[in-house]
Design a protein around this ligand. Structure first.
Ligand code: HEC
Length: 125
């Protein structure tokens, strides 16, 4: 491809830069608007852990019970506020390697509620 003059190169270059900017801009994802959701109270979260996890993780000294998901302190220790990817209790619920509860997945609505609660800072109230 031959350019007649210097100007066409400049125009092409400019068009290229503009399209790259548009492309990058269209890749931006909106943040999950955590603040737009009503705060999830711990009283909504605790029974989920107790019913779906606490039956096995009940602190009675067996291997699966180093975690105590039957009481508030144990539940709060199993998550990292604002950090879903470092919250081992949540990661266990979405694991494809060893899903918790074993064999049956937690209903999506309950998992989502727990995720939102963690992203809001895992309030103990
Ligand atoms: C039917 C019993 C049972 C239920 C219900 C159950 N778990 Fe487990 N869980 C186990 C067993 C057994 C292990 C240990 C597996 C191993 O070490 O090989 C385990 C391991 C784990 C671990 C890894 C423990 C560690 O110290 O790293 C996490 C985290 C976990 N479970 C979270 C949960 C969560 C969260 C729930 C509820 C959503 C849940 N589990 C429900 C039996 C259960």
């Amino acid at each position: 491809m031959k350019f007649k003059n210097h100007r066409s190169v400049v125009v092409l270059l400019f068009a290229g830069i503009v399209s790259v900017i548009f492309l990058l801009d269209s890749c931006k994802h909106d943040e999950i608007p955590v603040a737009k959701f009503a705060p999830v109270p711990f009283s909504d979260i605790k029974p989920i852990f107790q019913n779906y996890c606490g039956t096995c993780h009940n602190g009675n000294g067996t291997r699966n019970s180093r975690l105590n998901l039957n009481d508030s302190i144990g539940i709060l220790r199993s998550v990292i506020p604002y950090n879903v990817s470092k919250s081992k209790a949540y990661q266990a619920m979405i694991s494809t390697f060893q899903i918790m509860p074993p064999k049956i997945a937690l209903p999506t609505s309950k998992r989502t509620l727990i995720r939102l609660w963690i992203e809001q800072g895992a309030s103990p109230n």
